[in-house]
Design a protein around this ligand. Structure first.
Ligand SMILES: O=C(O)C1=N[C@H](C(=O)O)C[C@H](O)C1
Length: 307
């Protein structure tokens, strides 16, 4: 079932950006998009944390969006496509929204302004200015342990009243805050967890889905957990979760997305596991662990791609 692009829900994949010799690897990108077009995901996000968005220049991002949209169309899959944006200068971000207005996108995932630690009122004005600068839907990305600032629930709910602020990717790392938001969120405002390890817990608390990098290798299992919940089978959802609950820990043992890229490379989905500095490739130790776990999680790896 396809989702309504304006109300994000379900399992969203923050796609990695494949590189080769320092450049965007277009052929691996096409292969990846064709692969995930056949997977049970409900939306795609480009150039977010997992997509190493902070290391991409503007032309690369435009190219990434164009290739992805084209491949999805060629695969006959209408999936909502959001672009990850981050920055601490409201004016520059508003310009980026204007600049990308004609790109084939359905919306944006915008992180809270990092480093400068604005007040709650400052962030309300930041996101309302951005909401005014585009007609497209915006999901707020609240991740205090990366940005240094937490968008509290009072501010979040004020922003949720704006017509094109359609949801939040919640990585508040504060369960009391997340559960309180789930209890108070208005209709039409989605809460998607961005904590892979909390996928089951947050769905049990009423979350609308998740944006999980681990879905690169476990999309079917993540989708099964959600579908069982949706169908009212809580014991089935828990059993399905137990089959994959150790996967996020493995994939986040070292800075992401290096472990995921290593996995996808071993699975034959991308041509190199290259990441851009300051990220580094996985250590030999983790590579050996992933090689071993690929056997164990084999059912989760792409069909016909055994290395
Ligand atoms: O790329 C993303 O967006 C994600 N970000 C989270 C993070 O920042 O750690 C993790 C999530 O799986 C995907």
């Amino acid at each position: 079932m396809e989702t309504n692009p304006s109300i994000p829900n379900g399992l969203w994949l923050p796609l990695i950006t494949p590189f080769r010799d320092g450049m965007l690897d277009e052929s691996s990108l096409r292969r990846l998009v064709r692969h995930y077009a056949c997977e049970p995901i409900d939306g795609l996000i480009l150039a977010a944390t997992t997509g190493e968005g902070l290391t991409l220049d503007e032309e690369e991002v435009e190219h990434l969006v164009a290739i992805t949209a084209k491949e999805l169309t060629a695969a006959g899959r209408r999936l909502p496509l959001f672009l990850g944006l981050s920055g601490s200068d409201t004016r520059k971000l508003a310009k980026a929204l204007g600049h990308s207005a004609a790109w084939p996108l359905d919306g944006y995932l915008i992180a809270c302004p990092y480093y400068t630690r604005p007040s709650q009122e400052g962030m309300i004005r930041h996101f309302s200015t951005l909401a005014d600068a585009t007609a497209r839907p915006i999901m707020i990305y609240n991740i205090p342990y990366r940005t240094g600032v937490n968008l509290g629930n009072a501010a979040m709910l004020e922003l949720a009243a704006l017509p094109n602020i359609v949801g939040v990717k919640d990585c508040s790392a504060d369960m009391a805050q997340s559960l309180d938001l789930l209890r108070r969120k208005p209709p039409g405002f989605s809460v998607l967890t961005g904590e892979d390890a909390l996928f089951h817990t947050m769905l049990a608390g009423g979350a609308d889905g998740g944006i999980t990098a681990s879905a690169h290798v476990g999309a079917r299992a993540f989708a099964t957990v959600r579908h069982l919940f949706r169908d009212g089978d809580a014991p089935g959802a828990l059993a399905a979760w137990h089959s994959i609950c150790e996967l996020p820990r493995l994939l986040f043992t070292e800075p992401s997305p290096a472990p995921i890229k290593y996995w996808l490379w071993r699975a034959g989905l991308i041509d190199t596991p290259e990441v851009r500095l300051p990220m580094l490739p996985v250590s030999d130790g983790l590579a050996a662990q992933i090689d071993q776990q690929m056997e164990r999680f084999w059912i989760l790896a792409p069909e016909g791609s055994r290395p």
